[in-house]
Design a protein around this ligand. Sequence first.
Ligand SMILES: Nc1nc2c(ncn2[C@@H]2O[C@H](COP(=O)(O)OP(=O)(O)OP(=O)(O)O)[C@@H](O)[C@H]2O)c(=O)[nH]1
Length: 443
Amino acid sequence: MSERQKPSKPHLNLVVVGHVDHGKSTLTGHLLYRLGKVDQRTIEEYAKMSEKLGVGDTFKFAWVLDRLKEERERGITIDLAFQDFETKRYYWTLIDAPGHRDFVKNMITGASQADGAILVISARSGETESALSDEGQAREHAFLLKTLGVNQLVVAINKMDATTPPYDQKRYEEVKNEVSKLLKLVGYKVEKINFVPVSGWKGDNLVEPSPNMPWYKGKTLVEALDEFEEPPKPTDKPLRIPVQDVYSITGVGTVPVGRVETGTLKVGDTIVVMPSGAVGEVKSIETHHTPIQEALPGDNIGFNIRGVSKEDVKRGYVIGHLDNPPTVVKEFLARVIVVFHPTAMAAGYTPVLHAHTAQIPAQVVELVQKLDPRTGQVTEENPKSLKTGDAAVIKVRPLKPLSIEEYKSIPQLGRFALRDSGRTIAAGVVEKITEVQEVKIKK
Ligand SMILES: Nc1nc2c(ncn2[C@@H]2O[C@H](COP(=O)(O)OP(=O)(O)OP(=O)(O)O)[C@@H](O)[C@H]2O)c(=O)[nH]1
């Protein structure tokens, strides 16, 4: 049976976010262990390793993620780090957890997009408070998730074993209230969010209800994940396939490879490549070495197009149907958050723009408005500069033609990051295209 024909559970992508040291790696590693993804022997090895290094028993689970990271770093072709696991209702792919420097970039330009998130927040005295402070990462991550359209969230109130007294209901309620306030501010519907008191170290309420917290009658972490909704496949949107790679195969012709983000591609379709404007006919489609007649959103495919030369298809180009071609822009307005800037960002700044598979130098030509990062309200017109943590509307001009879409019409093609010297400076979405680039169609 081919990959596509296997009866399978729906597939969701998950990110684990939260402040540094709140226990994301420990919790995730323990979850993978409980779900049978890591065997007992490996955990014992990690426990011994932790003991030798004198870092404490809790680290045995965090190692799982460290090893994953290491394996990922060795992989060359796969940009996005992931690990799969399974619950009653879904298959999950764990998108790289933050703490990792490239988290933001991965969330925005990654091959897969998060359908939901676990926000980990420690209930240990003092830790909760720093995560929720103005500089806290819980705040930053909550805001990023909302900006990027990740609407499904579980809050894991972690380290319940380390409250005073341990497993304290009062402390749980307190933390829950504080996190609820933050999430409301950011724009989440808090009534729809599950808050689960857990210990990532001890394993309480991860998969089974914990005897240490009989006062908690809600879902376990895994049950809460299974309450997420399956996102609808964007088949009703225009076809968009960002090109990851392109091959020229003797006797076959030009074969672009990429993931269908939106719409449907069928054998026989007439397509156009943007921004080159080359037009061709789809002769065959393959996924995992199996020929298929039709490709849907989420499918990774290679396809043969007749009438298009290899020079007209490049990584970063986007393929669509001729009757609804990918938009090519000269300039656009974007809503961004400054994730990190060593000093201050001013008009004229020229970092590298990363959107889907494209990387193009782009100039920030105007700082239009500064926004309150928590409410989105305008706080200043035409600010002189932007600092780390600021939210803003800016005008961006790619230095070469770029195929990108407004976030409200095709969100999958409307996100981007600005990077400089290997760091994510800002992340955001395309609010409005202000100048399109006319492209001559080469029939
Ligand atoms: N008591 C207690 N300690 C925990 C728990 N989970 C994690 N810790 C400890 O908290 C510290 C941070 O844990 P990590 O899992 O590395 O945290 P993280 O959020 O992944 O950290 P970064 O990747 O650096 O952001 C370590 O010292 C862990 O041993 C828990 O459930 N209970």
